[in-house]
Design a protein around this ligand. Sequence first.
Ligand SMILES: Nc1ncnc2c1ncn2[C@@H]1O[C@H](COP(=O)(O)OP(=O)(O)OP(=O)(O)O)[C@@H](O)[C@H]1O
Length: 251
Amino acid sequence: MQTLIEINKLNLFYTAFHALKNVSLKIPEKAITAFIGPSGCGKSTLLRTLNRMNDMIPGTRIEGTIAIGGTDIYSNEVDVETLRKKVGMVFQQPNPFPKSIYDNIAYGPRLHGIRNRQQLDEIVENSLRASVLWDEVKDHLKRSAFSLSGGQQQRLCIARALAVNPDILLMDEATSALDPISTLKIEELAQELKDRYTIVMVTHNMHQAARVSNQTVFFLNGEVVEYADTEKLFSNPSDQRTEDYISGRFG
Ligand SMILES: Nc1ncnc2c1ncn2[C@@H]1O[C@H](COP(=O)(O)OP(=O)(O)OP(=O)(O)O)[C@@H](O)[C@H]1O
C-alpha cells in the first residue's frame, strides 16, 4: 500500500506539557487507520496535527515533520485553508451549521467560489449520495439541518466534508455520541468511503477499531506503542502493553 501521510519524529507541546513524543508513522492511502489508547494518550492531538487544527490552540508547539503526498504541511508555503479542504474532519458531536440541509453541503463549495446553481446541485446530490443520506433527505433539502436525527446529522457532516473533494477524512470519535444503529451506519459508510478516501479515525471503542480499520495504532502517554495491521494487533500483539490494553486490563 502506498503511503499518503508520513509523520516523522513528531513532538508536540502544549506550553510545557509534552503531549506527543517522537511519533513516527506511515499512514497508507485509501485505507482506514484507527488510533486507539486510553483517555489522554494523545490520539486527538495527533489527529488535529494532520490538518493543523492545533494551530488554533495557543501555546502549541511542534517539532518534527508531517508530509502529506510528499509535501511538508507545516512549511511556510502551505496554505492552511487549502490543506483543510484536502483534509476534512468530523467531530464527536455532529455540528451542522444552522442552515438548510442543502446550504450545509453547498457552504464549502460556495466559499471556494462555486456559484453555478446546477453545479452546486450536483455537488449536493453527489455528497449526500456518498454519505448514504440522499434517499432520506432528497425531498426536503430546504429543511433545517437540525430537523435531522443525530446519526443523520453526522452523515450530513461527512457529506459536508466530502463536498470540497478532500483526499483525507479525519474522524474524531465520530460515533461516540450516536446510538448503535447510527453507529453501524457510519461504520458501513466508512468502509464504503475508504475506496476513495484515506480515513484516519480516533476511537475509544476497541471493537470498532477491530471491525472497521485496516491498520491500528496503539498509543500510551503520547507515544506509539504498536502499529500493525488491525488483525495482527488484536490477535497477536507484539507488545505486552498492547496485550494488556486490548484484553481490558487497563484504560
Ligand atoms: N488544549 C490543550 N491544552 C493543554 N493540554 C491539552 C490540550 N488538549 C489536550 N491536552 C492534553 O494532552 C494530552 C492528550 O490529549 P488528547 O485529547 O490528545 O488525548 P486523547 O487520547 O484524544 O484522549 P481522549 O480519548 O480522552 O479524547 C492530555 O493529557 C490532555 O490533557
